[in-house]
Design a protein around this ligand. Structure first.
Ligand code: ATP
Ligand code: MG
Length: 249
């Protein structure tokens, strides 16, 4: 089922016949006619134009589109790193425009990057504890909590004291996901999290994201170029080049 929206962004809901579902939607984040222009861009040079997407808790989403269609820009807006030039983003019923964005980023959103962004000379557990400290978490036994999070993403306890530079790419991404879970966020957003991994490892990482969505009711949003990811998720949103969108209006 492909649902062509007015704004020419295409969404495809793979959930069993979405229109026939009786239960109310559990929307955690809503992007409403969001546009974004970088400060140094010319007046009409938008990186994103009129994007409207809804995201529900308990589902896993892919955002795909060719290079330069604004996928990373969209994640910056969702994570509150940038503010919409026009339109707005509503999280849990409140507009990000009037929100304390540092608090939002430090409690509601977990972020996972393609290149893991871990500190290589620190151990896996130290990287996770660093994030707990940065977010001001008051936990008695942080190492125990870090090990618990690592086990959740399939890493045994003996990995806790291993330096990150001695871990494989797939293992590093597991640590990065564990780190993003340290403050139990409602949403996890990931920018090409499997872009550096082989297909088997990608599938294993996707299983973790799927569990977080389907068993822990988190909303997981993955920017991706991978067909394997698109085949796994519940909903796919396609972004198109702003120029293509304008031309077809
Ligand atoms: N800091 C910036 N300043 C000015 N323009 C930017 C900046 N970052 C991105 N852009 C522009 O915004 C547009 C969207 O970029 P973005 O990085 O969001 O695309 P993307 O879909 O993530 O691409 P890719 O698949 O290559 O990662 C591009 O035209 C890019 O040149
Ligand atoms: Mg990008």
């Amino acid at each position: 089922m492909v649902n062509k929206k007015k704004n020419n962004y295409v969404s495809k809901d793979k959930i069993r016949n979405n229109f026939e579902r009786k239960e109310p939607k559990n929307i955690i984040l809503s992007i409403k006619k969001a546009s974004y222009r970088y400060n140094d861009a010319e007046e009409n040079d938008y990186a994103l134009k009129d994007v409207s997407f809804d995201f529900e808790s308990g589902k896993i989403y892919a955002i795909r589109g060719r290079s330069g269609t604004g996928k990373t820009t969209l994640l910056s807006l969702i994570s509150g790193l940038e503010k919409c030039t026009e339109g707005e983003i509503i999280f849990d019923g409140k507009s990000l425009n009037g929100m304390n964005l540092d608090k939002y980023r430090n409690s509601d959103i977990g972020i996972v990057f393609q290149s893991y962004n871990l500190l290589p000379f620190m151990t896996a557990s130290e990287n996770i504890i660093l994030s707990m400290d940065a977010n001001g978490l008051k936990i008695k036994n942080k190492k125990e909590k870090a090990i618990e999070l690592m086990e959740k993403v399939g890493l045994k306890e003996n990995y806790a004291d291993r330096k990150v530079l001695r871990l494989s790419g797939g293992e590093q991404q597991r640590v990065a996901i564990a780190r993003s879970l340290s403050y139990n966020p409602k949403m996890i957003i990931a920018d090409e999290p499997t872009g550096n991994l082989d297909k088997q490892t990608e599938t294993e990482i996707l299983e973790i994201f799927k569990k977080l969505a389907h068993e822990e009711n988190k909303c997981v949003i993955i920017v991706t170029h991978s067909q394997n990811v698109c085949d796994t998720v519940d909903v796919i949103y396609d972004l198109k080049k702003v120029k293509d969108v304008s031309a077809s209006k």
